[in-house]
Design a protein around this ligand. Structure first.
Ligand code: FAD
Ligand code: SF4
Length: 490
């Protein structure tokens, strides 16, 4: 009998310990602890090599998960890091922020048993961190420069993934961003307790080492003409994200003390980067805070409000817990840190006090009915209205794409929702209706996930290489033919 095959019987699923709640809420440090060489290997050995790796199919970038788990078991950390980068240009970031319970780990064969999934995300994170710490860098020694040049608008995960892949096939990548740091929402949206900003800075060093040029503090359409980029470069990739807030149209939303989620989170991240105390409007010490919305952004607002010293944080959601759109892990962290959840409540109105501030939120109870699309729809229950007292309300109803005018003036077609249309009518994947303009990430999908933006950037780079007749990098589409597939036989 192969003992390793049944390692999961002896070794329980054991993700790295999280920092105790009483300590973690005092600051903004990442809450996940670390593996060490022995514990990461033990956890990797729990993989049963089930032969049909659902984890790999469900992972949006189709990581070669069982293959790199084998390398980790053998202590071959640098090779594992190389293999991780074959499919994922940002593995240390996805290992931290992916909702693994809905993706790779949710699909792990062991997750369907009493033994629990392999800790795939934590292994990916630890291996990449450790390899980078030991000096791992992508080996581009065989790459020949093609003389082709691509402009990338947006240094979020979509733009960064595109830049990484272009450099691997010898195409110059110039990345323009209106912000003064790279990362997009990785830097300014996702709070540091989920993703330490030093991780993004290390990735910037890696990309610059590959020859990626960042032109920061340059907003296209304001500081740089988009037409100039189209004229000067062989192709352009647009990864500008989705920044239009969904407006719940709640009466009272203009009151002092009502904030939209993203400005609230951005203001907090920026002041932390500058090492400053919170501005008066965002100082929540002793305040009763209500967060409206049950997605991942809502969970980030909950946990940030706790760290800002709120006396109470109540998260109001109109469906039940099972219908929440975000990661169950983030809901459980919120709860551990002291957030109260109020399910089955639809907000109707924000009520003010005599000083122009917030007094309460009027809500009504809901019952769930069949929505016809597999997702239950909330219906208000007459006669159940009540008021919940609050000093501050944070609205987190989601985001829509915010396509800039200059896209349409260059013939790029948009869907009525504002999403950029790509890949239509025989176009290459991620190619827009302008043959030399490509797009990906939230501006194509609507607000989504980091790992899907990474996928789009990677695939767009493959399409650009094809358009420019350059050699194209191996992608997950080639997984069967890829030499690394043989690692499974080790
Ligand atoms: C608060 C919050 C928390 C989240 N948490 C998670 C999570 O835990 N896990 C997860 O997987 N996903 C999470 N997401 C979603 C994830 O961050 C996004 O799906 C992802 O960042 C989208 O990547 P992107 O590259 O398309 O866009 P973005 O990350 O938005 O980057 C777009 C970039 O384009 C730049 N830009 C825009 N217009 C211009 C212009 N005209 N000129 C130059 N630059 C421009 C912007 O400055 C920005 O840097 C979260 C989102 C939010 C808002
Ligand atoms: S990229 Fe995300 S979904 Fe894929 S293996 Fe890593 S953590 Fe899982």
């Amino acid at each position: 009998m192969n003992d390793k095959l049944f390692q999961f019987l002896n070794e329980p699923r054991q993700p790295p310990r999280t920092v105790p709640v009483a300590i973690r809420v005092l600051g903004y440090g990442e809450i996940g602890g670390d593996f060490n060489t022995a514990s990461v290997s033990t956890q990797a050995e729990r993989c049963i090599d089930c032969g049909n790796p659902y984890c790999e199919h469900v992972c949006p970038v189709h990581n070669y998960i069982p293959n790199w788990l084998k390398l980790v078991q053998q202590g071959r950390i640098m090779e594992a890091a190389t293999l991780m980068h074959e499919t994922n240009p940002l593995p240390e970031i996805c290992g931290r922020v992916c909702p693994q319970d809905r993706l790779c780990e949710g699909a792990c064969t062991l997750e369907q048993t009493e033994f629990g999934a392999v800790t795939i995300g934590s292994v990916e994170r630890w291996v990449t961190d450790e390899a980078l710490r030991q000096g791992w860098r992508p080996d581009l020694s065989a790459v020949r420069e093609t003389g082709k040049r691509v402009a990338i608008v947006g240094a979020g995960p979509a733009g960064l993934a595109c830049a990484d892949r272009l450099r691997r096939v010898g195409i110059a990548a110039d990345v323009y961003d209106g912000q003064h740091e790279i990362g997009g929402l990785l830097t300014f949206g996702i709070p540091p307790f989920k993703l330490d900003k030093a991780v993004v800075r290390t990735r910037r060093e890696v990309l610059e080492g590959m020859g990626v040029r960042f032109l920061l503090g340059r907003e296209v359409g304001r500081d740089v003409e988009f037409g100039q980029l189209v004229d000067d470069y062989d192709a352009v990739f647009v990864g500008t994200g989705a920044y239009t807030y969904v407006d719940g149209q709640l009466p009272g939303r203009e009151l002092r003390g009502v904030h939209d989620a993203l400005p609230f989170l951005i203001a907090n991240t920026e002041r932390l980067l500058r090492d400053e105390p919170p501005a008066h409007a965002f100082d929540l010490k002793g305040k009763n805070v209500i967060v409206l919305g049950g997605g991942d952004t809502g969970m980030d607002c909950n946990r940030t409000a706790i760290r800002l010293g709120a006396a109470s944080v109540t998260c109001v959601y109109r469906r039940d817990e099972a219908s929440m759109p975000g990661s169950a892990r983030e809901v459980s962290y919120s709860r551990e840190e002291g957030v109260e959840f109020l399910f089955h409540r639809q907000p109707l109105e924000i009520l003010g006090n005599e000083h122009g501030g917030v007094r309460s939120v009027r809500v009504i109870e809901t019952a769930l009915v069949d929505g016809g699309d597999g997702r239950p729809r909330p219906r208000n229950v007459a006669g159940t209205e009540c008021e919940i007292e609050a000093d501050v309300v944070i609205q987190s109803f989601g985001f829509l794409p915010s396509p800039p005018d200059w896209l349409t003036t260059h013939g790029v077609k948009l869907a009525p929702s504002g999403r950029v249309i790509t890949g239509a009518d025989g176009a290459l994947p991620l190619q827009t209706s302008h043959p030399r303009i490509f797009a990906g990430g939230d501006n194509v999908r609507g607000a989504d996930l980091v790992v899907r933006a990474v996928y789009d950037g990677r695939e767009a780079a493959g399409s650009i290489a094809q358009l420019l007749s350059c050699p194209s990098e191996v992608t997950a589409r080639d997984v069967e033919q890829h030499p690394w597939a043989a690692v499974a036989a080790l």
